[in-house]
Design a protein around this ligand. Structure first.
Ligand code: TRP
Length: 340
């Protein structure tokens, strides 16, 4: 039924290389949703957002290619879902400006990301609390609101850290609708309460900002090396071990079936040695990732193909964006002065 069709939308900032944590937390659930017949999904590379954090042009381009190749290699259904690059949709920055004109500055003052930057300056004793804060960082949530509102998304799957941004998009939509009539759907964040969060090499949450990640598609030898670096305690082989709090177990569990996980639990109780466990985890991950990794390498070597896929996605996204932006412009009074 068309009426029950839900629209899901999420963006991936193109900074850095996708890692195991991104996969289990965001990519895997999104790809699963991309196959659902009752969901229309939009996934995009948020490369305009990347500019706020990354001012190295080659790195921005490289990350766009890596992120796109990762999603494609892992089996995103690009027939059913719409997969595009934000910067291929000129309607998004246009809508951003229109939304900027109805967004209270006070709302942006409350953004966690902005407040964290100000707090860091205050703690460092800087005279200027806004030191290093660009307008891009400050109004980042408005660009994100445009991403979401442009496609009338109902649900926005994001990590907990992005929840406030989705709520701001909702506030901005409400303000616009109040001023100019019901145009926008009010979106809701979908925090994925049971999606896994992985721990990184050093025991903190796996995150590119901590530099403790295991990239998804490194060559096998490097994958082995990284797994060998995962932190464990000093219990000897033969001594029973806790699965709770074990990064090795957590990563294994994120990939394994429930039966495999149970069997692994038993091996912990029997006191399997950390060295053997690391070897086992490496072999398991390597076997799972080998297929998509080969596809990833093929795509990385053929950027023209990836570019064509993204361009095709942009055409489809603009089938919605172009007429909707025309409605929005009309709604705010950006109109022809005379009938043509
Ligand atoms: N800001 C998000 C992040 O850093 C990425 C993003 C940009 C996004 N636009 C979006 C996510 C729209 C969801 C919807 O993770």
């Amino acid at each position: 039924m068309i009426t029950s069709m839900q629209t899901h939308l999420t963006g991936i900032t193109t900074t850095g290389t996708p890692h195991l944590g991104n996969y289990v937390g965001a990519i895997r659930p999104a790809i699963a949703a991309s196959h659902r017949p009752d969901v229309r999904s939009y996934y995009f590379l948020a490369d305009y957002h990347a500019l706020v954090k990354n001012q190295d042009p080659d790195a921005v381009r490289q990350s766009s290619l890596e992120v796109a190749a990762t999603w494609l290699a892992l089996g995103l259904d690009t027939g059913r879902s719409i997969f595009y690059r934000q910067s291929d949709i000129p309607e998004i920055p246009e809508l951003t400006w229109i939304l900027t004109t109805v967004t209270a500055k006070g709302l942006m003052n409350r953004s966690h990301a902005y407040k964290a930057a100000v707090q860091a300056n205050e703690e460092a004793g800087d005279a200027d609390p806004d030191k290093g804060v660009t307008m891009g960082l400050f109004s980042y949530p408005i660009l994100m609101a445009a991403d979401i509102l442009m496609f009338k998304a109902h649900r926005v799957p994001v990590g907990r850290d992005q929840k406030q941004h989705v709520e701001m998009a909702r506030d901005i939509a409400q303000r616009f609708n109040f001023l100019y009539g019901e145009q926008f759907v009010l979106p809701e964040a979908d925090i994925g309460a049971n999606t896994a969060v992985l721990t990184g090499l050093d025991g903190r949450k796996m995150s590119k900002s901590y530099g403790n990640t295991i990239p998804l598609f490194v060559p096998a030898a490097q994958l082995r090396k990284l797994i060998m670096r995962i932190k464990t305690n000093s219990l000897e082989p033969g001594v029973p071990k806790e699965t709770e709090g074990s990064t090795l177990f957590e990563i294994y569990q994120a990939f394994a079936t429930p039966e495999e996980t149970e069997a692994m639990r038993r091996r912990y109780a029997e006191g399997i040695g950390w060295g053997d466990l690391k070897k086992l985890l490496f072999e398991y991950l390597d076997a799972h990732l080998a297929g998509p990794r080969a596809e990833y390498e093929r795509l990385m070597a053929d950027p023209g193909h990836v570019e064509a896929v993204l361009k095709q996605g942009a055409l489809r996204a603009r089938e919605t964006a172009t007429p909707f932006l025309a409605d929005i412009r009309r709604a705010v009074g950006i109109r022809p002065l005379a009938a043509p």
